[in-house]
Design a protein around this ligand. Structure first.
Ligand code: NAD
Length: 485
């Protein structure tokens, strides 16, 4: 298990010698101690990435792509090992780590590996006598800050497009879940990524994260995490006016209309909120039910929620594991109290299951509330769904658009016109119709409003990791000189 910083192709201790305890969310036991990067370590990493940039950016794009493709193959070969590491560190059920996190990580690196030599510029139709073409050039050293909810997958979402486009990277994994990212760094060294192209500096946000966001040698910072930290990132980035990309929180509205395919909607709504214990920015954490089907839907939805198998993430039977940290567990539990104080009705869950007194577990929790209540406005980020009722499309839309967030959203209906009408009216970066939480490396992912800006995945991501460089050529010898003498 790698537990040191990865700088300039080598695993090294932090200059301060300090470490962070990495805990197992299943029982709070110590997994390992990981070197804690601070500002001086981040500086070393940025220097290494700066040295590596000229050669990496000039390398044949196809060669950069081949390395990403080799990495994807190695990830496939290490599926079981990576899945176990991710489950141990984050609490993801192993069936999800093995069936979703690892394959999606490999798929993302593979997609961008294939794209590396397809990043085309354009020729712009300008006045005659001139040729104007636009190249997409890499930015330089990019800083990337990853949260604890999907550390392995997000490592690929961030690094795949950045490296394919010819940037070099300094990535800060979360201090809570650094292990799978460090293993990816090791695999990258093994498949032949040159020294300094990728650097990883696990450490606390206030020290390592802050330094990366403000570092004058970093050309872009890409961040996933809370809206509050996103604001700090923007402030820290101002010194050198670096580019900023933010993937922040969400309060996904998942709308079930009266004509919905009910069985699929019940299953999909449970997946939307309970997958990864609800720790997903795109989680369908607001369940909007048409009043005509609400009672039947809830009865069946709650029965399904109660049947979800909670357990040790490493048990292949487990469908829901613990929350990822003790602190976060406490935070989510507080929302049960907040709901109660505001007059919300607890319909299911709300307790730590008795079978797991030491782990950070929480039963699937269903609360009925009003659209303006805190539990309907704030991101809980747990297996906690807020149920809201509506009577017509207009009201559903008003509720859906009634938060400051705009990331994921879903709707369930058999009416094609209503589906497209609502999909275009909901303020969200992504809308899923009769499904939820579909993600593919080819499809742009990101939010609007307080959910952030910029897009991960697809050509949009490449766009965000490159700069347009415009070149003008005077191809017509007859063009008159500016000053006639
Ligand atoms: P956070 O925003 O504090 O942390 C995310 C990452 O940012 C971590 O790597 C952290 O070390 C780093 N960071 C923290 N402070 C920083 C700073 N000042 N400068 C630079 N980097 C900094 O999020 P959290 O504490 O891990 O979680 C709190 C809440 O954030 C969650 O409950 C949830 O609402 C939200 N969240 C959203 C996502 C998402 O996918 N959009 C992921 C994780 C958390």
């Amino acid at each position: 298990m790698q537990n040191r910083l990865f700088i300039d192709g080598r695993f090294v201790d932090a200059l301060s010698g300090r470490t962070i305890d990495v805990l197992n969310p299943h029982d709070g036991s110590l997994i390992t101690r990981v070197a804690a990067a601070e500002a001086a370590d981040v500086d070393r990493a940025v220097e290494a990435a700066t040295r590596a940039f000229p050669a990496w950016s000039k390398r044949d794009a196809a060669e950069r792509g081949r390395l990403l493709l080799k990495l994807a193959d190695r990830i496939d070969e290490c599926t079981q090992e990576l899945a176990e590491l991710e489950s141990l560190d984050t609490g993801h059920p192993i069936r999800d780590s093995r069936g979703i996190d690892v394959p999606r990580t490999a798929a993302c690196f593979r997609y961008f590996g294939g794209m590396a030599d397809k990043i085309e510029g354009s020729v712009i139709p300008v006045e005659s006598g001139f040729l104007n073409y636009v190249r997409r050039a890499p930015i330089g050293v990019v800083g990337q800050i990853v949260p604890w909810n999907f550390p392995l997958m997000f490592t690929s979402w961030k690094m795949g497009p950045a490296l394919a486009a010819g940037n070099t990277v300094v990535l800060k994994p979360s201090e809570i879940t650094p292990l799978s990212s460090l293993r990816i760094a090791e695999l990258m060294a093994e498949v032949g990524f040159p020294e300094g192209v990728v650097n990883m500096v696990p450490g606390y946000g206030v020290s390592a994260g802050q330094r990366l966001a403000e570092h004058p040698g970093v050309g872009k910072i890409c961040f996933t995490g809370s809206t509050a930290t996103g604001r700090r990132i923007v402030a820290a980035s101002q010194g050198n006016l670096k580019r900023v990309q933010l993937e922040l929180g969400g309060k996904g509205a998942n709308i079930v209309f009266e004509d919905a395919p009910l069985e699929a909607a019940i299953n999909g709504a449970a997946w939307a909120i309970f997958h990864n214990q609800g720790q997903a920015c795109i989680a369908g954490s607001r369940l909007l039910l048409h009043e005509r089907i609400a009672d039947e839907f809830l009865e069946r939805f709650i029965a399904l929620a109660r049947s979800i198998r909670i357990g040790n993430p490493l048990d292949p039977q487990t469908e829901m594991g613990p929350l990822t940290s003790a602190e976060h567990h406490q935070r989510v539990l507080q929302y049960v109290q907040i709901a109660h104080n505001e007059g919300g009705r607890l319909l299911a869950g709300g307790q730590r299951p008795a079978a797991f007194p030491d782990g950070y577990y929480l039963e699937p929790t269903v609360v009925a509330a009003q659209p303006t209540d805190r539990v309907a406005q704030e991101e809980v980020f747990g297996p906690f769904v807020t149920v809201l009722r509506f009577s017509d499309d207009e009201q559903a839309l008003a509720i859906a658009n009634g938060t400051e967030y705009g990331l994921g959203s879903g709707l369930w209906t058999r009416d094609l016109s209503r589906a497209h009408r609502m999909a275009s009216a909901i303020n969200a970066g992504m809308c899923w119709i009769n499904c939820y939480k579909r993600v593919n490396p080819a499809s742009p992912f990101g939010g609007i409003g307080r959910s952030g800006y910029g897009r991960e995945m697809g050509f949009e991501a490449i766009h965000d990791y490159t700069e347009a460089r415009s070149v003008w050529v005077n191809v017509d010898a007859t063009v008159p000189p500016y000053y006639r003498r």
